[in-house]
Design a protein around this ligand. Structure first.
Ligand code: FE2
Length: 416
């Protein structure tokens, strides 16, 4: 058999440690996986037992605001609400070219860290829909090496001003992949509930996925998650629906949390936590004890619900740090969610790979199996634990059958 690319001696992530296999790729597709394949390849990579995984999946990011930290001013209070105010000012000077250039820079940065699937929110609260048009253009521009989903996200609320609902509909017509929302930021609780119902109507009318910023606040009275779950149950849309952040769930009393968990299990919706941002933005109004402000990741995972971790922000009005490396996100998730057991650490790795793929509804477009698209990464690690421990270098990023990025780990030399 002749193939275009052969990876020799791979430690596939879901195989027994020490059982190495070869992975043969022809053009865009994985065509064989077995030990010691007898094939001739145009190009061969000697993997030598390194960990080979499906790519990292960025399930939640805001590429329209990425790489704008300090523009037009820094967020001095560090709060979510000051971030929204700064972004309202920054977006006055937004152009399609500005959005495109920054988003592509951020995506390249993520690809260098092994991310090949990204879901980005695009703010659709601005009259010209510049952020959205920019990100739709980026989706097209990067499609040969990166899969980008765009969510229509009404940052200022679906009912925050009279025009916002019409802007959302226009965004869907322009071709977003998902409908977003922000019920806890609407003017009233009633508006919040109404916005969730409207999001489900729009998702059904336009046949789109749903990803709602839901209860991203420490207020234990913020209870839109139950509304999202109920709508998911009644519409039957379950796995096509995602609740992002849900940080208030970390502040609910345990009696309510127990009741809610039963509804969530029925709903089968996906959850996204953003550990770097949640630990940073939440708890800001607390003195001490100060809340972690992260949703109940461990309990959701233990209940068998799908959870993924996202980066949320890279150097923007809400978070001036971040490099796009999802191993940094998983590392923070391990700590802030207290998931330090070996199985729990493995689960956190899953939350930036397979869990994210499930959130994005990638189906058979994702995973290392014969017949699937040849997207995979080679890490300088032997297992998930070591990858998170060392934030291991992604040695090779293979996108649609070709080596897109190659990185050499740093070399340390002692001079005694
Ligand atoms: Fe977000």
């Amino acid at each position: 058999m002749d193939v275009t690319l052969l990876l020799r001696q791979c430690q596939l992530i879901d195989r027994e440690p020490g059982i190495w296999v070869d992975v043969a790729i022809d053009q865009h597709e994985i065509v064989a996986i077995a030990p010691d394949l007898a094939v001739s390849a145009q190009k061969t990579l000697e993997v030598n037992g390194k960990l080979v995984s499906a790519p990292f999946v960025e399930s939640h990011i805001h590429l329209d605001s990425a790489l704008t930290a300090g523009e037009p001013r820094w967020n001095l209070s560090g709060t979510l609400f000051e971030g929204i105010d700064i972004w309202r000012d920054r977006k006055q000077s937004l152009t399609v070219e500005d959005v495109k250039a920054r988003a592509i820079r951020a995506l390249r940065q993520q690809a260098e860290h092994g991310v090949l699937f990204v879901r980005s929110h695009a703010d659709v609260s601005e009259a010209n829909l510049t952020a959205l048009k920019g990100l739709l253009a980026v989706r097209e521009a990067v499609k040969d090496w990166m899969t980008l989903q765009v969510v229509a996200f009404p940052q200022d609320g679906l009912y925050g001003s009279e025009r916002n609902e019409a802007l959302m509909v226009e965004a869907l017509r322009l071709g977003t992949d998902a409908v977003g929302g922000i019920p806890h930021y609407e003017l009233t609780r009633e508006d919040g509930v109404r916005s969730v119902h409207r999001i489900f109507e729009l998702a059904q009318e336009y046949d789109r996925l749903i990803d709602i910023h839901c209860d991203e606040i420490d207020d234990p009275q913020s209870r839109f998650l139950e509304v999202v779950a109920a709508c998911a149950i009644r519409s039957g849309l379950g796995p096509r629906v995602t609740a992002s952040h849900t940080t208030a769930f970390g502040s609910y009393n345990d009696a309510y949390a127990l009741k809610l968990m039963g509804i969530l299990k029925r709903s089968q919706i996906n959850f996204i936590a953003n550990p770097l941002i949640n630990i940073t933005l939440q708890g800001r109004t607390d003195t001490y004890p100060k809340r972690r402000g992260v949703t109940r990741v461990k309990e959701l995972w233990q209940s068998g619900l799908n959870v993924s971790f996202g980066h949320d922000c890279i150097q923007d009005p809400w978070y001036s740090l971040g490099t796009g490396n999802l191993l940094a996100v998983a590392d923070m998730g391990v700590h802030v969610c207290q998931m330090t057991g070996r199985d729990e650490i493995n689960a956190c790795f899953e939350m930036v790979t397979g869990g994210g793929a499930k959130t994005l509804n990638l189906g058979e477009n994702y995973g290392i199996e014969v017949g699937r698209p040849a997207n995979l990464i080679v890490l300088s690690a032997k297992d998930r634990y070591e990858a998170i421990l060392n934030r291991s270098t992604v040695r090779y990023v293979i996108s649609k059958g070709r080596v897109l990025v190659e990185t050499h780990p740093p070399q340390t030399t002692w001079h005694p």
